[in-house]
Design a protein around this ligand. Structure first.
Ligand SMILES: NC(=O)c1ccc[n+]([C@@H]2O[C@H](COP(=O)([O-])OP(=O)(O)OC[C@H]3O[C@@H](n4cnc5c(N)ncnc54)[C@H](OP(=O)(O)O)[C@@H]3O)[C@@H](O)[C@H]2O)c1
Length: 308
């Protein structure tokens, strides 16, 4: 029989590259803390104390297997912090998940929606669910960010439609924020006082995930060092953070040392400082939140309502 664990338990995605590696280092260095990460393939390293379980977010089957393994390994022990940070920075119409959904929508949104729903019953009372979003979900900040839900296009992208390229990214980050808002509204979450937080790391200039091509990485590197410092002079939300800084701030959010005021769930780094702005108008629309929840449930094969 698996013994109950008295350590703080953290389960994380997106810990193997980008600023998430700094978040992981920071969390893994905390005393009395057990960290489990989901990671795909081989060739990524983690601090020696960290447990690694295979997870490919581009496959809902893999997400289910990951959740089952986490539950089996934890036994009676609950998760104190579920930290969903993985993401890709956009995809073309032809790039699809194992189940045939648009890759960015599937990896960034559907997989994390499914994972959060599967693991919610195993989150401890007073625990925390953190989902990394982006201020790029918000049209006043990023002009091409969605002004309406276009779920069919995001799930089944067409050439040059809103489900491709950087548009697919802004749409998926909107979904992350709306999902966080929906989880925060659940009766079960409120009754068990689970804290739900959506996090915007600001621009870090990092695109180091293994999906990014060398050309894309070089382009980002160049833009990060030339264009964004100039834009940042006039637009504070475009001021670059280092991956180390954003990673440490995310660790603070996960560990609860950085917390939004009561009634707010969005932590956004602006010039490196945590601010607590309103999510976009569309993100706050409850009808749209409910629609996203319902249609996502159908896409991942879960009932719309939470079970007893
Ligand atoms: N960087 C920014 O400026 C910025 C700004 C706003 C929001 N964000 C958000 O912050 C998060 C991290 O961004 P980042 O720039 O640090 O990204 P990154 O360097 O590209 O790292 C992304 C992480 O997600 C993992 N991942 C990607 N696809 C996966 C899959 N199919 N299965 C399992 N894991 C997968 C990667 O794993 P591998 O190591 O295997 O590639 C990596 O650990 C993302 O959610 C992103 O949308 C970033």
């Amino acid at each position: 029989m698996v013994q109950s664990d008295t350590r703080r338990v953290v389960v994380m995605t997106g810990a193997t590259s980008g600023f998430g590696t700094y978040t992981l280092q920071h969390i893994a260095a905390q005393p009395n803390t057990r960290v489990i990460i989901g990671a795909r393939g081989t060739g990524r390293t983690a601090p020696p104390s960290v447990e690694i379980i295979p997870l490919d977010l581009a496959s809902l089957t893999s997400v289910r297997e990951f959740a089952d393994t986490v539950k089996r390994q934890l036994g009676d022990t609950h998760i104190d912090i579920l930290l969903l940070n993985a993401g890709i920075h956009g995809s073309d119409a032809g790039q699809r998940s194992a189940e045939g959904y648009g890759l960015t929508f599937a990896v960034n949104h559907l997989a994390h929606y499914l994972l959060a729903r599967l693991l919610l019953p195993h989150i401890a009372d007073n625990g925390r669910l953190v989902i990394t979003s982006s201020n790029m979900h918000n049209p006043p900040i990023k002009r091409i960010a969605p002004k309406k839900l276009d779920l069919q296009e995001w799930a089944h992208p067409t050439e040059n439609g809103s489900g491709t390229g950087i548009r697919s990214y802004t749409a998926s980050k909107l979904c992350n924020l709306m999902t966080a808002l929906s989880f925060a509204r659940l009766e079960d979450v409120k009754a068990r006082q689970i804290n739900v937080v959506a996090f915007n790391p600001g621009l870090t200039g990092g695109v180091s995930g293994r999906d990014a091509s060398a050309l894309r990485k070089a382009f980002f590197w160049l833009v990060a060092r030339t264009l964004f410092p100039l834009i940042g002079l006039f637009r504070p939300e475009f001021v670059m953070n280092t991956p180390g800084h954003s990673g440490k701030q995310l660790a603070g959010v996960a560990l609860g040392t950085i917390a939004p005021p009561l009634g707010r769930i969005y932590v956004s780094l602006v010039k490196g400082e945590p601010k607590f702005p309103d999510p976009s108008e569309l993100a706050r629309n409850r009808e749209a939140q409910d629609r996203l929840w319902r249609e996502s449930a159908v896409m991942v094969g879960l009932p719309i309502d939470l079970g007893p």
